[in-house]
Design a protein around this ligand. Structure first.
Ligand SMILES: [Zn+2]
Length: 307
C-alpha cells in the first residue's frame, strides 16, 4: 500500500476521490435517492417494510432509509425472517431487535418453523437425496414468501430489499445461463401492483456491494458478519467471482448488465407478449404459476415423505 496517498475512503473514478466520510455518505445517499426517484419506487407517504436479515446490506438499507425518509411523511417497519439456524439466526435476530429499539421502529418477525413447520437446521439434517433440494432452495423460496407475508401483516405498501448492483447483475447472468427469460423479465426495477403481493423495491440496485460494505463500516452500522453455516457455493458464487474479475478488468460491466436487463424488460413489456399465467396458490392465495406456490410445494414435499 502506498503510504503517501491521501486518506481516500473510496475512489469514485479515475479523477474523483472522497476525502471525508460526509462526502462519501452524501454520494451514496444521493445515488440511492436518484434510484428511488428514477423508478418511482416510493410515494411521499409510503408505508415501507424494510426486509432486514441483520447482514451488512440490509442493515445499511435500514439506517439509510431511516435517515433519508425523515424528510417525508412516510412510515418504516422492520420485517425479519428467522430461519432457525443455531449460532446464526439468533445473532441476526438480536442485532435486528436492537436496531428496532434504537430507531424506534415496529418490528415484525416470523420463523420458518411457525410458517412451514420446519426450521433450516432440521432441513439440513435430512439427507440430501431424501430432501432432493439444497438447503438454500428451501431457505430462499420460504424467505421470499415470508417477506411478503410479513409486509402484508405490517400493512405496508412497499417492501424494500437490499439487493445490490452485484446481486442484480448475478441474477441476470444466472437467468441467461438457465435460459429463464420469464424469470429475468420479473426483475422489474419499479414497484408492480399484483393482488396479495406487496410491491418490492430495491433502492440499492445501483450500488456496488463494496460501496454498501464501506457505508456500513464508516457509519458504524451494526451487522452480523458471521456467514451462514449452510451457504453453498453454487452457481451464483461462481458468477459472483467471475463478475468481480470482469468488473476489475472492464469497469462498468455490472452497470452494462443491469441496463441490458432493464432494456430487455422494457422491450418485452412494450410488446405485451409476456405470458401472464398468474393463478393463486390454493393454500395461501398468493400469486403462483401452479395451483400450489413454490413455498408450499416444498412444505408439502416434506410432509408427503413423512418428514
Ligand atoms: Zn402458497
Amino acid at each position: 500500500m502506498n503510504t503517501n496517498s491521501p486518506p481516500i475512503y473510496y475512489k469514485k473514478d479515475a479523477n474523483k476521490y472522497f476525502y471525508t466520510i460526509e462526502e462519501f455518505n452524501k454520494y451514496i445517499e444521493k445515488k440511492v435517492k436518484k434510484t428511488i426517484n428514477k423508478w418511482r419506487m416510493l410515494e411521499r407517504d409510503s408505508k415501507i417494510a424494510v426486509a432486514v436479515s441483520g447482514g451488512k446490506d440490509s442493515m445499511s438499507l435500514l439506517y439509510l432509509l431511516n435517515k433519508i425518509e425523515k424528510d417525508f411523511p412516510s412510515e418504516l417497519y422492520i420485517i425479519h425472517v428467522d430461519e432457525g439456524i443455531r449460532g446464526y439466526s439468533d445473532k441476526n435476530l438480536e442485532i435486528v431487535q436492537k436496531a428496532a429499539k434504537e430507531l424506534g421502529l415496529p418490528l415484525y418477525v416470523a420463523s420458518y418453523k411457525e410458517l412451514f413447520g420446519y426450521d433450516i437446521d432440521r432441513i439440513a439434517e435430512i439427507p440430501r437425496d431424501v430432501r432432493k433440494f439444497a438447503t438454500c432452495t428451501f431457505c430462499g423460496v420460504w424467505r421470499r414468501w415470508a417477506i411478503n407475508y410479513l409486509a402484508l401483516k405490517a400493512g405496508a405498501d412497499r417492501v424494500a430489499t437490499a439487493h445490490s448492483l452485484d446481486d442484480e447483475a448475478q441474477t441476470i447472468i444466472m437467468n441467461v445461463m438457465r435460459g429463464a427469460l420469464e424469470n429475468l423479465l420479473k426483475l422489474k426495477p419499479y414497484p408492480e401492483k399484483v393482488e396479495n403481493v406487496v410491491p418490492r423495491i430495491k433502492p440499492f440496485r445501483e450500488l456496488h456491494e463494496k460501496e454498501i460494505a464501506l457505508y456500513a463500516i464508516l457509519n458504524n452500522i451494526p451487522f452480523n458478519d458471521i456467514p451462514c453455516p449452510y451457504a453453498e457455493e453454487g452457481m451464483r458464487w461462481d458468477i459472483r467471482i467471475w463478475l468481480y474479475e470482469q468488473e476489475n478488468q472492464r469497469p462498468g460491466t455490472l452497470y452494462n448488465i443491469l441496463r441490458f436487463g432493464e432494456r430487455l424488460i422494457k422491450q418485452c413489456n412494450n410488446k405485451k407478449k409476456v405470458s401472464k399465467n398468474i393463478t393463486r396458490c390454493k393454500i395461501c392465495g398468493f400469486p403462483s404459476s401452479k395451483s400450489v406456490c413454490k413455498a408450499h410445494e416444498l412444505m408439502l414435499f416434506l410432509k408427503d415423505r413423512g418428514i
